[in-house]
Design a protein around this ligand. Structure first.
Ligand code: SAH
Length: 383
């Protein structure tokens, strides 16, 4: 029944304005409605008190405000939370909330599954199911903000979410239009009002789409580099065959447009004895010489059936030291939410992975475990 209705949740100001004009309404109504939906977390037109009764009635007839429905929620010992959302006709996606003393980051998904087949990523094993709609993308933010506000537990940082990273399931640049629409809503002062520096899109390196992105926004960009030469990178991130490192780094530079304040985050997953040796670090220094960047070393998060292992802490430290000594800003990403499988590359694997589907799916529906389970001890792996 709702199929024929327009879901307003996923419309940015421009698209919402057009929708209202099409319904014979004044354009400024879009600003009011955008605010109600996103700043006030409403999903019922009847509560939009500055709209006339007639308009509310019309909206109810033609439109809907609908986020994907939640299947389960898990909270890790370190406070990291993971929501599993049902998406119509295509399994589930995951969203991770990472609270820290001075910020709170939401990691959102852009596709169900992924087509890119990066060797060390669990999402890749599920194959690609479909792109998320813009409502499903922003719906993750909408739901998290609404829930956190209701709980009222974010006093230290004055808003429930301060940062959004498109680092969940999927390749955001292969779902370009919907991702950009959702990003526009994140940045809009009438909606979430996040600054461009606090919204980060992570890409495996779809070069033409990086240029396209530069035409419409200048949000922060992270690139899944993971290797310092084409032979190794093609093995780990197969899209490198199509868009090799040189082209990728050139696109990164174009994206920054000579703005001295900006840098690209280079993500580098630390795989034991694969890409973590000093010679890799020296090669990395060379290729990043003239690309304003900061390096983010990600300890590999293992999953069932992977042939890769996480580099030892000492090895990661040595790698970091080499880069830092060469003047490269280098951070180690903290692994959060290990005990609920909320870490990078593990999202929704259990749900969409056919081999484990049935058991875990039941779990996610709360059939065998209650919401907010803490499954095992917070492990040593938290770097
Ligand atoms: N498709 C986008 C965003 C997805 S994942 C991209 O490729 O950038 C976000 C980051 O987590 C990427 O850098 C990805 O390579 C990394 N990642 C994937 N699987 C991982 C794993 N098992 N352990 C650690 N990092 C992983």
């Amino acid at each position: 029944m709702t199929d024929s209705k327009i879901n307003l949740l996923g419309l940015d100001l421009k698209a919402l304005t057009q929708t209202l004009v099409d319904l014979g309404e004044k354009p400024f109504r879009a600003q009011q409605i955008l605010k109600w939906i996103h700043a006030e977390s409403l999903s019922e037109f009847s509560e939009m008190t500055n709209l006339s009764k007639a308009l509310r009635q019309k909206l109810m007839e033609h439109c809907i405000i609908q986020a994907p429905s939640v299947l389960s929620e898990h909270t890790a010992k370190d406070g990291t939370r993971k929501w599993l959302f049902q998406v119509e006709g295509a399994g589930a996606i995951e969203t991770v909330y990472i609270p820290e003393p001075e910020r709170a980051t939401l990691c959102i998904s852009s596709q169900v599954g992924c087509a890119l087949n990066c060797r060390f990523c669990h999402t890749a094993q599920q194959g690609f199911q479909r792109n998320l709609t813009s409502s499903e993308i922003i719906g993750q933010v909408w739901y998290a903000v609404k829930t956190l506000k209701e709980e009222g537990n974010f006093k230290a940082i004055d808003r429930p979410i301060t940062n959004v990273v498109l680092m969940g399931m999927g390749e955001p640049l292969l779902n370009f239009e919907n991702v950009v629409m959702a990003v526009n809503i994140m940045l809009d002062d009438l909606a979430y009002g996040l600054s461009k520096r606090r919204v980060t899109l992570s890409t495996s390196g779809v070069v033409p789409a990086i240029d396209q992105l530069a035409e419409v926004t200048d949000i922060a960009l992270a690139v899944s580099l993971h290797a310092p030469n084409d032979t190794l990178r093609t093995e780990l991130v197969p899209i490198n065959k199509k868009y090799p490192i040189k082209e990728l780094l050139a696109a990164c530079k174009r994206y920054l447009r000579d703005d001295k304040r900006r840098r690209i985050t280079m993500e580098y997953v630390m795989l034991k004895d694969v890409n973590d040796q000093p010679e890799h670090a020296y090669e990395l220094i060379k290729i990043l010489k003239d690309v304003p960047s900061k390096v983010n070393l990600i300890p590999f998060n293992p999953f069932n059936g992977t042939k890769y292992q996480r580099s030892d802490d000492k090895v990661i430290q040595r790698f970091q030291d080499i880069l830092m000594n060469a003047g490269l800003v280098t951070m180690k990403r903290k692994t959060r939410g290990d005990d609920i499988d909320a870490a990078c590359g593990q999202l929704a694997g259990q749900v969409n992975d056919r081999t484990q589907r049935s058991a875990k799916f039941k779990q996610s529906l709360g059939i065998t475990v209650p919401l907010k389970v803490v499954e095992r001890e917070h492990s040593e792996q938290q770097v």
